[in-house]
Write a protein that binds this ligand. Structure first.
Ligand code: AMP
Ligand code: ZN
Length: 450
């Protein structure tokens, strides 16, 4: 593969940009932590989904689609799910099935490719138990009062990702103090279930897994003991990802879990942290009622993935205008064979999507419609033709067709008696409502334009 720019990614393990060298170029492997399914996903949750979708598209371009395996899990066993089911008085399976369906609808509107595998935690309980048994055998975990806990003091590398010492972790964390823990930072691998909670038989009594072991087990089953890229939001770096590393390296006796750890920055709304109590908690679903999915996607990609995003209405309006402009340039073009090298180089520089979008503007200006289409596809943008875009995004005006026909007839009358002032006034009034008249020898027709 000559002529390809070199891919460079920021590795959270070293806090540096590094050249991306897959463990096996014939199968590039990536794992990203997916949603916990108890409610509609919010727009912050869409960030890792979109960001790692761009990386997936780029890797497929660089290595060939059949040489990339992308695993994004679904966490369908969690205390939040149990709580929601109890609140709504419905079975857990109903909450998870409904939320998964909503999640898929939302992200398909964002033009996100399906991952190669989308494993569910509840389908991997045996793998989790197998790993927990190995951890106990190797002395990294212990059983106490029906719980199995990971012993952080048994792992000299604990803190390798978050770059904190145990003392700093204890000082900074809201740790759950429990009498059966040897160290306050020890975390749960398995815990007993209370009455009515989901439970699986295990050598330690009926219970359920902790959250961290879920990802270690699912990545192991689908990608192996070690793999290339592990992604997620920056909030997951500690403790979730730190704990995944501890579990996987100890269980498999490997020096590392993933070679590159990539984290997206956080999203806030109109300058404030998104939270239910502030009332600025926005779901993807709600946004899609007002905006085309592509506007949300572009709006996300106009900021570099590691920088924080301030999600604003103004930004969304700008993104819509950018798409109008790009679609006008792309017209009805089909994609070129190859994307533009400028766009590719920007993406290969640690997914520099703002620069890639600037390159798309350059292609638009130069009138290179086919290259624009092919390059935008790497970002999951411009999947439609211009006609489709403008038809899909035309403002939904309340059109009273009979009223329009009446005005057209009135205008025709005015023209007949050479009252052009009245005829023009009627035409302008309709134009102000987005209704454009077209005169022809057969008569006058109308259409809705923005
Ligand atoms: P959760 O369901 O909370 O485990 O989150 C699922 C994914 O969304 C994780 O990768 C989180 O890091 C990410 N995430 C959650 N909230 C935000 C936010 N406000 N901004 C960016 N990413 C977020
Ligand atoms: Zn995870």
């Amino acid at each position: 593969m000559a002529e390809q720019p070199e891919l460079v990614v920021h590795n959270s393990l070293t806090r540096q940009k590094e050249r991306f060298e897959p463990l096996n170029p014939a199968l590039v492997r990536m794992y990203v932590c997916g949603p916990t399914v108890y409610d509609y996903a919010h727009i912050g949750n869409a960030r890792p989904i979109i960001v790692f979708d761009v990386l997936f598209r780029l890797l497929r371009h660089l290595y060939g689609p059949e040489h990339v395996k992308y695993v994004r899990n679904i966490t369908d066993v969690d205390d939040k799910i149990n709580a929601r089911a109890a609140e709504d008085g419905v079975p857990i399976s109903e909450i998870t099935a409904r939320t998964i369906r909503q999640f898929h609808e939302d992200i398909s509107a964002l033009n996100v490719l399906p991952p190669s595998v989308e494993p569910r935690a509840t389908e991997h309980i045996a793998a989790m138990q197998e790993m927990i048994e190995k951890l106990i055998e190797k002395g990294c975990a212990y059983v106490a009062e029906g719980h199995v806990l990971y012993d952080v003091t048994a792992d000299p590398d604990y803190g390798i990702l978050s770059k904190r010492t145990l003392d700093e972790m204890i000082a900074g964390a809201r740790v759950e103090v429990a009498p059966y823990k040897k160290n306050p930072m020890d975390f749960v691998l398995w815990k007993p279930s209370k009455e009515g909670e989901p439970a699986w038989d295990s050598p330690w009594g009926p219970g359920r897994p902790g959250w961290h072991i879920e990802c270690s087990a699912m990545s192991w089953k689908h990608l192996g003991e070690t793999f290339d890229i592990h992604g997620g939001g920056i909030d997951l770096q500690f403790p979730h990802h730190e704990n995944e590393i501890a579990q996987s390296t100890c269980a498999h006796g490997q020096p590392f879990m993933a070679k590159y750890w990539m984290h997206n920055g956080f999203l806030q709304v109109e300058g404030e942290k998104m939270s239910k109590s502030l009332g600025n908690f926005i779901t993807i679903h709600e946004l899609l009622e007002e905006w085309p999915g592509e506007v949300l996607r572009l709006n996300m990609l106009r900021t570099h993935y590691r920088a924080p995003i301030d999600w604003t209405r103004k930004g969304l309006e700008e993104s819509r205008k950018v798409l109008d402009r790009l679609y006008r340039a792309v017209g009805e073009a089909g994609p070129a064979e190859k994307p533009d090298t400028g766009v590719l180089a920007a993406l290969c520089d640690d997914l520099n999507t703002p620069r890639a979008i600037a390159e798309l503007h350059r292609l638009a200006k130069e009138g290179r419609a086919a290259e624009l289409k092919a390059s935008a596809n790497l970002l999951g943008l411009l999947p439609m033709t211009a006609d489709e875009w403008f038809a899909a995004t035309a403002p939904k005006v309340e059109i009273d067709e009979a009223e329009i026909e009446r005005l057209i007839a009135e205008r025709a009358e005015a023209r007949k008696r050479k009252d052009f002032a009245t005829a023009d006034r009627i035409r302008d009034e309709l134009a102000a409502k987005g209704i454009v008249l077209k005169d022809s020898p057969q008569g006058t027709t109308w259409e809705v334009k923005r």
